[in-house]
Design a protein around this ligand. Structure first.
Ligand code: COA
Ligand code: MG
Length: 293
């Protein structure tokens, strides 16, 4: 998954539009973009959209439910699990324990709705509270339901009382860079993908592109979007370029030709096992992109 487009769950118009985009994942939101009085209506609209779209949509369909402390999660899940979404995004997750709590709920709902045990994937937002950030290490235990982990800056800023998330140059300040870094490490420890957070300035395409390139460089394999116009930029940035693919193939072939030694020289540069692993990851990403297109 390269691009994950948020669509407010109470907007039939935006849902319609979202499904015409080239996003790899449509994230139907029942949480922050839906007002308390619209929650019930949004559940019904979301369930209908999933039922109508899941056969023909190229995108995977995920639902962002309200967090486990909200008192709303069970009603959200009851409404949408009957429509069999591909996955659930869990906001304000406080470590793998919250993923495991959600997993138990999903298991029951899968049984009740005649779905395969474990069919529903979980994508937690791991940095929206201080406890969530501190619990990043718990992801080392892993969970078979995890499809990726992602992070959020806005809720964390509210939680800690920060007036802004970025400095005058537009760079995230330290506490948010820490949350971002811990997300990468949590994903690696859980052997899953890391997805970068949203870029809210949706008319600023150069800014989005720059942030995508930085994220890709650092190990994120996708980014969430809040506007359909962001999808193409994200897909391009997270699709391995022809040059990156050619280099990865060359590295893999050089190791194979050398009889899988631990280290080879290519064009006067040393390549050892971490370089091979990196090359294999690039090839795997390109394969999964081709499969999803
Ligand atoms: N998904 C689907 N369609 C969207 C969309 C989205 N996330 N964001 C905008 N659109 C649609 C609009 O409805 C509009 O369609 P229309 O012309 O047929 O009415 C078109 O794209 C152009 O929209 P635009 O005028 O550029 O933006 P806007 O002012 O209508 O909307 C936001 C701006 C931020 C309110 C909107 O992008 C949005 O709702 N984003 C998602 C918010 C969200 O889910 N947040 C939670 C996660 S942080
Ligand atoms: Mg939020």
């Amino acid at each position: 998954m390269r691009s994950l487009l948020f669509v407010p769950g109470d907007s039939e118009r935006k849902l319609e539009k979202g499904f015409t985009s080239a996003a790899d994942v449509i994230l139907i939101d029942l949480e922050d973009s839906v007002s308390p009085q619209n929650k019930a209506a949004a559940r019904g609209i979301a369930a209908t959209a999933i039922r109508e779209r899941r056969e023909n949509a190229k995108a995977a369909i995920y639902v962002r439910v309200n967090d486990l402390a909200s008192g709303l999660t069970d009603d959200d899940l009851a409404a949408v699990m009957a429509a069999a979404p591909d996955g659930i995004m869990l906001p304000k997750a406080e470590g793998l324990a919250d993923v495991e709590r959600l997993s138990v709920k999903l298991r029951v709902l899968e049984a009740e709705n005649g779905l395969a045990d474990g069919a529903t994937r979980i994508l937690p937002i791991v940095s929206e509270t201080a406890a969530g950030v501190f619990a990043a290490a718990s992801f080392g235990r892993g969970s078979p339901r995890l499809s990726a982990v992602t992070w959020g800056a806005e809720d964390l800023s509210a939680a800690i009382g920060a007036r802004a998330t970025r400095d005058d140059q537009g760079r995230y300040t330290d506490v948010f860079r820490l949350a971002r870094s811990l997300t990468l490490l949590a994903a690696s420890a859980a052997d899953t993908a890391a997805i970068d957070t949203v870029f809210v300035d949706f008319r600023n395409e150069p800014g989005l592109r720059a942030e995508c390139l930085e994220a890709e460089r650092d190990g994120f394999t996708g980014k969430m979007a809040i506007h359909p116009d962001q999808v193409a930029v994200i897909n391009e940035a997270f699709t391995p370029s022809p040059e990156a693919l050619a280099e990865a193939r060359m590295v893999v072939e050089a190791f194979a030709a050398a009889g899988n030694l631990g280290v080879v020289g290519i064009g006067g540069k040393m390549f050892d096992r971490p370089h091979l692993r990196r090359a294999e990851r690039v090839l795997a990403r390109a394969r999964s992109t081709r499969l999803s297109e």
